[in-house]
Design a binder for this molecule. Structure first.
Ligand SMILES: Cc1cc2nc3c(=O)[nH]c(=O)nc-3n(C[C@H](O)[C@H](O)[C@H](O)COP(=O)(O)OP(=O)(O)OC[C@H]3O[C@@H](n4cnc5c(N)ncnc54)[C@H](O)[C@@H]3O)c2cc1C
Ligand code: SF4
Ligand code: SF4
Length: 849
């Protein structure tokens, strides 16, 4: 029996947070409890957007405004520094004196600003620029200050100058090098940037060296003195931004190998010289090199999670391109910006009046772009940088790429491999795939689904273009590769599985894919296998390891780590005895109950190890799984119909029950809902469902492809006045054709919208059987109906499947102590983890009695 392990993360900054997110998303918490200790007083936030703190406040920057992760197996301790690591005992000590044992330790301690040993550096009102606390302190000091200076004219120095400027303090920038942003841009670019900044009223001093900081009698900053210059700057605030140093002290003190110039040495899988300890982000130094940008840190976080999952991922270096808006000025630098490649040529466009400087570095025969610098107008960055990373051929007149309002840069097609979002390392292909699959209709939706554009935001314009392109092309030239592991659409995979009769994911990926699969293709293939073979979703040999969180426990995971229990109530009809059983179960297990919009009763708050005992009672009383957790048929809602209603013309309740029983358990690309109304008054809201039936004097009208949700769609009439038998036939064909041909997570409405020929085409296929598929589709549905079984009943009969329903594998009887409840309106509701623990039910947990 495997035992749960403990993983400790030291540092809750951008990369530490990304690591934990990836760990949750990719199932690492199935094996590890994660404890994160962050030294700052708040959970991780967007440090890259730090300067906007004055405008938006801390909550808007926070990655975790509630301070807790959705997964209860992850515990975050803020205001808690890891002060030492005892590698022999595998234990860390926190600043509050407590200790924590670990099986795996991940160091994500970031970097600290470097403060050179300038006399006066310890005076009051000398700051660094790294955390929200730093900004709060600077804001406080600015209330009484007239002038301030930033020492360092690099990327971060200009950010800090921006902050001072926002606080309405006269702002100076002091830089030792002869130009600003010396690492990223050349002399001409630096000069253009300087002009821009000075126009805003800031004072830039390049090529000068700070000698000392003077203080007044109160020990506060009063002036800055330069070497070889008699004229001191009278300032009351000094902000150091002279570079950063990796925070590798824990590694040094515990004897781990560190790089010569600082940073914890790691192998390509982010393991330090101690195989139980990983280092990621700015504290790490793969091959001795530290990366001071967030994108490489995110890559490292993903690689470390991969390594812990025994995956093949490796960190092989990162693109250090940058695009920023500094004090309102666009600045970008990418690839070989300084033309260090032998034979490389430079193409320059400079408009001193307009304050625009653009430089392209191309190879000797001008066929490939090697790098570039953009100041004042970086709109072409999104197109140019991917051209460097993909090595795509330059157009015949490359200068057109940088000419003002360039004639057609937007028209240059990027290859799918081109990395569009460098912060998250997402290619154009991946973005398009996700946009298509999710049916995103606007930018926020596309950003949320693809993650592109959610860090520095520089790729947002391209994501928007891609979205527009995909929407315009919907149904025509869409790239439907389901994910990076398969170059096939869901429909093509469906056909492959059918033709080859595959039963295992491993066989499919071996024959038709690459890698090990991901959380996109695994559940999609699980769904395809379930649609075609109707096996048990928890079958070890076939689909158990492929399921997402809900399917994996045959229940919906709720916000405090508990699960919901939803028995099927076909057509919403239930006997008083049934109601009593549900009431008794809910009472005995202390569950919250609610009647859903789909005419069922939700029971919330069940701990994972309680699920079998709860279901055992329900199954004994004749209930079965309502599949509330699956991408499958949920409910067929009904009104009371002609049996009770004065207006009813048909027995809508009977039909709804029959349809729900016919299609129960049917796995599909998206969840499915149906409804039947007994007359045109439409009390069951059938036209807001994937299939809706409305009774007429002569029979049934069948509507398809409607839905509620974020983008509601009205179902459309497929056929009218049908007899019951024909209704079944058309519905069987419609549903099976959808299941066969839709994309992953594509609703019936978006599927129909994308179907070439739309409703007319669907009628031709379903009613006129133009493709000659009718019988085949009906036979597939019959096979589904004949092979249906209740997943929960089958689970209760199988000890191997039951074994997964434990909070702690090594202590199956122990409930998760992090789960606690409060009471509201007489029922339980979730509370935060730091509130008192109430364990609820006294019913014994474990396998059914
Ligand atoms: C103003 C500013 C602007 C930036 N702009 C950009 C940009 O435009 N693009 C870009 O790519 N990058 C930018 N960066 C850099 C980017 O923020 C970093 O690359 C990124 O935050 C690194 O993430 P990290 O998790 O490694 O370190 P951090 O985010 O610094 O997180 C490390 C965390 O660990 C904590 N910690 C340290 N030691 C311990 C310990 N012993 N115990 C517990 N906790 C500890 C620290 O307090 C910190 O909260 C910017 C940075 C700043 C400051
Ligand atoms: S609406 Fe759907 S597609 Fe859009 S962000 Fe939400 S989940 Fe993604
Ligand atoms: S839809 Fe018609 S039959 Fe059904 S409850 Fe409403 S009025 Fe009555």
């Amino acid at each position: 029996m495997s035992i749960r392990k403990t993983l400790v993360v030291a540092g809750h900054g951008m990369v530490g947070h990304r690591f934990v997110q990836a760990a949750i998303e990719r199932g690492l918490t199935e094996r590890y409890d994660i404890v994160i200790a962050g030294e700052e007083s708040r959970a991780a936030y967007d440090r890259v957007a730090l300067t906007s703190f004055f405008e938006v406040g801390a909550d808007a920057l926070s990655f975790l405004p509630e301070g807790v992760y959705e997964d209860p197996r992850v515990k975050l301790l803020v205001d808690t520094e890891v002060t030492s690591v005892d590698r022999d005992a595998q234990r860390v000590t926190f600043s509050n004196g407590e200790t924590q044992a670990y099986d795996v330790l991940v160091l994500a301690t970031g970097a600290a600003p470097f403060v050179p040993p300038v006399p006066g550096k310890d005076l009051e009102n000398v700051f660094v620029y790294r955390t929200i606390d730093d900004l709060e302190a600077i804001r406080e000091a600015s209330k009484t200050a007239k002038a301030g200076v930033v020492i360092g004219g690099g990327l971060l120095g200009l950010e800090a100058a921006n902050a001072l400027h926002q606080l309405e303090v006269e702002t100076h920038v002091v830089e030792l090098a002869p130009r600003l942003m010396a690492v990223q841009i050349d002399d001409a670019g630096g000069a253009t940037l300087k002009r821009h900044i000075e126009k805003l009223g800031l004072k830039v001093h390049t090529g000068v060296m700070t000698e000392l900081i003077d203080g007044d009698d109160d020990g506060k900053v009063s002036a800055l003195k330069f070497k070889d210059n008699d004229e001191p700057l009278e300032v009351e605030i000094v902000v150091f931004s002279a570079g950063i140093r990796p925070r590798d002290i824990l590694a040094r003190e515990s004897g781990l190998d560190v790089a010569e110039r600082g940073g914890i040495l790691v192998d390509p899988q982010m393991r330090t010289s101690d195989s139980n300890i990983f280092a990621i982000g700015e504290c790490a130094a793969p091959e001795g090199r530290m990366y001071g940008l967030v994108a490489p840190g995110y890559q490292m976080a993903e690689v470390a999670v991969d390594a812990l999952l025994e995956g093949p991922g490796e960190f092989t270096g990162a693109d250090m391109s940058t695009k920023l808006k500094l004090l309102g000025v666009d600045v970008a630098s990418f690839g070989d910006a300084f033309a260090t490649t032998e034979g490389s040529l430079e193409l320059v466009f400079a408009d001193a009046v307009g304050g625009v400087y653009k430089k392209l570095v191309v190879n000797e025969d001008a066929t490939q772009l090697l790098g570039g610098i953009l100041v004042g107008d970086a709109s072409a960055y999104g197109i140019l940088r991917p051209m460097v990373s993909s090595g795509m051929a330059l157009p015949e007149n490359p200068e057109e790429l940088i000419l003002p309002a360039s004639r057609g840069t937007a028209q240059i097609g990027m290859p799918d491999e081109a990395v569009v979002c460098s912060c998250n390392n997402i290619t154009k292909g991946t973005i398009c795939g996700i946009i298509d699959e999710q049916g995103c209709v606007d930018l926020p939706c596309a950003k949320a689904c693809t993650k592109a554009g959610t860090v520095c935001g520089s790729c947002v314009p391209i994501v928007k273009n891609l979205l527009t392109e995909r929407m315009e092309a919907a149904g025509k030239t869409v790239n439907k590769a389901i994910c990076e592991h398969f170059s096939y659409s869901r429909q093509e995979l469906f056909d492959l599985v059918q033709v080859h009769q595959y039963k295992r994911f491993d066989d499919i990926i071996e024959a038709h894919g690459t890698g090990r699969g991901c959380d996109i293709c695994k559940p999609a293939i699980a769904s395809i296998l379930a649609s075609q073979f109707n096996g048990h979703v928890l079958d070890k040999q076939t689909t158990a390891s492929l399921q997402d969180t809900n399917d994996a426990y045959l229940a919906n995971l709720q916000k405090n780590g508990t699960y919901s229990v939803v028995p099927r109530i076909p057509g919403g009809e239930i006997t008083p005895e049934g109601l009593i059983v549900i009431g008794e179960v809910a009472r005995d297990f202390g569950l919250y109950t609610k009647i859903t919009g789909g005419q069922r009763i939700d029971m919330f708050g069940a701990r994972m190890e309680q699920l079998p005992a709860i279901w055992s009672r329900l199954v004994d009383a004749g209930f079965e799984s309502g599949h509330a957790y699956g991408k499958s048929l949920r409910t067929v809602k009904s009104c009371v119909g002609k049996t009770w209603c004065r207006f009813g013309v048909q027995d809508s309740t009977q039909l709804a029950i029959d349809l729900e029983l016919r299609y129960r358990g049917l796995r599909s690309p998206h969840k499915l809902k149906g409804a039947v109304s007994g007359c045109a008054r439409e009390c069951a809201e059938a036209r807001g469902k994937d299939f809706g039936v409305i009774a007429t004097d002569k029979g049934w009208n069948l509507y398809v492809a409607g839905n509620g949700g974020m983008v509601p769609a009205h179902a459309q009439l497929l056929a009218g006045d049908l007899d019951t038998e024909t209704l079944y036939r058309y519905l069987d064909r419609f549903l099976m054709y959808y299941i066969r041909t839709a994309d992953r997570l594509q609703r019936t409405s978006t599927w129909l919208a994308a179907l070439d020929g739309g409703m007319d085409r669907l009628k031709a296929i379903v009613i006129d059987d133009e493709l000659g598929l009718g019988e085949e589709l009906e036979a597939e549905m019959s096979r589904h109906v004949d092979t249906y079984f209740d997943e929960w009943k089958a689970t209760l009969e199988d000890p191997e499947k039951l074994a997964r329903f434990v909070s702690f594998i090594n202590a199956p009887e122990t409930p998760d102590p992090n789960i606690s409840f409060d009471t509201e309106r007489g029922q339980i509701v979730p509370v935060n983890h730091d509130e008192p623990v109430v364990l609820g039910s006294t019913i014994p947990v474990g396998a059914p009695q």
